[in-house]
Design a protein around this ligand. Structure first.
Ligand code: HEC
Ligand code: HEC
Length: 291
């Protein structure tokens, strides 16, 4: 069946529609105008016979006008197979039309948002309210209410601390493409003692304490960790290596949390939104996050 041409079915539907229309017209006509009403009806029970009077004439005109309306309808709108009707109306066409109206209505606003600087957007309170709504719908589940972060898993997006860079283009890149952070586990390479030494060093860094150059943790840090977190431990946005001296911690700042981060590793994943948000939404969100 599937390989029968579309035209076959269209022709079939047209034929059935026309036959039913003709059949109905004939039926109505025959009830009112064909001869034969005066054929004698069988008589039962001495004087009981069938009446043969048709329904009143107004009923005929009523049905007749419905038939006319039907013919006009089939001429104007799709109904006869694949014939589109004089008005060329279609459901899809209506949808397209409503998209067009929508686009026309918002095209100016969208162009404004696309061309405005991030600073201008930031100062525009209605754009910032829209950003908040987009955030609530797409991001709040993970990043928490008001983007304050949550659960030692999802970063605060309202502070000035950016793991992947806080410039306009960095943030947009994060939103469009997502980010996958890879912090390997060091248990095998450093052993318990090594992990504890380096965790102690990182803890001291976060507290702003000074550490002598021959501190075992510091020596190991320079050897194993500086490539991703930087020689001065202020982070490396290209790899998503976080700043370890600013005392902002995604996974917790106490010794057990640090030991876990270092021994087992961490792999935070920010999903990409490039295909779910459009350019205006990404720009508004970026402006909302920029300090
Ligand atoms: C499924 C949970 C999830 C959702 C949904 C999510 N994020 Fe994230 N996002 C994360 C995680 C996890 C990270 C941290 C990645 C890492 O460890 O480097 C992150 C990181 C980020 C960063 C980088 C922060 C930094 O310091 O560089 C930004 C910006 C961000 N998200 C914005 C958003 C926005 C905007 C949305 C909504 C459009 C969103 N996220 C939706 C989980 C999510
Ligand atoms: C290959 C690059 C890489 C190396 C090498 C590396 N890290 Fe990381 N580290 C990361 C990344 C990326 C993250 C962020 C993980 C995330 O967001 O899920 C991270 C996260 C961390 C965290 C958690 C920070 C927080 O905010 O909770 C600590 C602590 C840490 N690293 C310490 C170390 C130490 C100590 C070493 C050396 C033994 C080290 N890292 C080596 C890439 C690296």
């Amino acid at each position: 069946m599937a390989d029968l041409p579309q035209d076959f079915w269209a022709g079939w539907v047209t034929l059935i529609t026309l036959i039913s229309l003709g059949g109905m017209s004939w039926l109505v006509y025959s009830v009112y105008f064909s001869q034969g009403h005066d054929k004698p009806s069988p008589v039962w029970d001495e004087n009981l016979s069938e009446g043969t009077n048709p329904a009143p004439m107004w009923w005929f005109w009523f049905i007749f006008s419905l038939l006319i309306v039907m013919v006009i309808y089939l001429m104007l709108y799709p109904g006869l197979g694949s014939y589109k009707g004089v008005l060329n109306w279609s459901q899809g066409g209506r949808l397209e039309q409503s998209y067009e109206t929508y686009d026309a209505k918002f095209a100016d606003t969208r162009t404004l948002i696309r061309d405005a600087s991030i600073q201008t957007l930031k100062e525009n309170s209605s754009a910032m309210r829209s950003a908040e709504r987009v955030f609530e719908q797409n991001c709040e589940n993970c990043h928490g209410e008001d983007a304050k972060g949550q659960a030692n898993l999802f970063p605060d997006l309202r502070d000035a601390d950016w793991q992947w860079g806080g410039s306009e283009s960095d943030i947009m890149q994060t939103l469009r493409g997502g980010r996958i952070a890879v912090m390997p586990g060091w248990q095998a390479a450093l052993g318990d003692e090594g992990v504890n030494q380096v965790a102690g060093f990182v803890l001291a860094l976060g507290r702003g304490e000074s550490v002598s150059d021959d501190n075992a943790g510091k020596v190991k840090y320079q050897q194993f960790c500086s490539a991703c977190h930087g020689a001065d431990a202020t982070g490396n946005p290209i790899l998503g290596g976080p700043d370890l001296v600013d005392d902002v911690w995604l996974y917790g700042s106490d010794m057990p949390a640090l030991v876990h981060s270092i021994a087992v590793g961490r792999t935070g994943i920010m999903p990409p939104f490039g295909d779910r948000l459009d350019e205006t939404q990404i720009r508004m969100l970026t402006a909302w996050f920029m300090q």
